[in-house]
Design a protein. Structure first.
Lengths: 135, 135
DNA sequence: CTGGCTGCAAATCTTTTGCATCCTG
DNA sequence: CAGGATGCAAAAGATTTGCAGCCAG
């Protein structure tokens, strides 16, 4: 597994290991700032630049996805399998939506002269917690 | 038409008319900065604050949509009918994708405990111009 | 060893805000 | 007239960058 990274020209430093460890299985769709804060607790010398650099390096290599459902900041997802997202319009929490039933029967080519490479669905809704707690 | 706006508590100032005029039928999915720059040519006293305030007021009243396909900045769309978007992964241009065939047969309730209110598809691809001009 | 990575701080870019003044309805 | 809107400039956030020193491979 660490070999995987090395084979794609990704140097494994202690900082990067901490970031990878934090992202591993993380379903919270964290922002760069959330990742930085979570890690700096145990790793006080971590810097923003390293978090951003690492996220960018991972994104470039397809190891993580940058998701655009939140208009206010970039969020990252270590789950690179086909799936979509849902955001609560009250609290902003982001959840996963499986791509089962492969909802779309989209032509892979030809929409408005674009050659389509992929797509992603943003669902908007109200989560259980917010629904239960009134407006 | 101007009456429509007044009836929903939206005061029509010269600045707002210029913004509305610029957005009318605009298919470029402009950012706040693009709108500001386009208008300040002929309206030198226009300020960013007014552009942002107006976009926020229009969004709140459902007259325009804020689209999240571009991770770097907010883009706005005066077309509020059901449709989706496609962004060119090379040049960043954003196009419309009709919602015909109502591609999704999604349940309106029940995904991951969320009550779904709406959805939007981000398509990613390569536009005609970029495809033609090599890498 | 060496090129890529880190940490710091400053810079940049986008968006928001405070406030005195203005003007639409 | 009154309350909402404007313009300016400063503030606030998020993200990027320059660079000297460090360290994984």
């Amino acid at each position: 597994m660490m070999k995987e990274y090395r084979n794609i020209g990704f140097k494994l430093t202690p900082q990067r290991l901490a970031i990878l460890d934090h992202l591993q299985g993380n379903k919270s769709h964290p922002t760069a700032d959330e990742i930085y804060r979570a890690i700096s607790k145990r790793f006080p010398t971590m810097s923003f630049a390293t978090v951003y650099n690492t996220l960018e390096a991972l994104k470039k290599r397809g190891m993580i996805l940058e998701i655009t459902i939140d208009p206010d900041k970039k969020r990252f997802d270590p789950d690179t399998t086909a799936h979509h997202h849902i955001i609560c319009i009250r609290c902003g929490k982001v959840g996963d939506v499986p791509d089962n039933q492969s909802v779309l029967n989209m032509p892979k080519i030809g929409i408005r002269g674009f050659k389509i490479t992929k797509w992603h669905i943003d669902f908007h809704g109200i989560c259980k917690e917010c629904e239960g707690s009134g407006s």
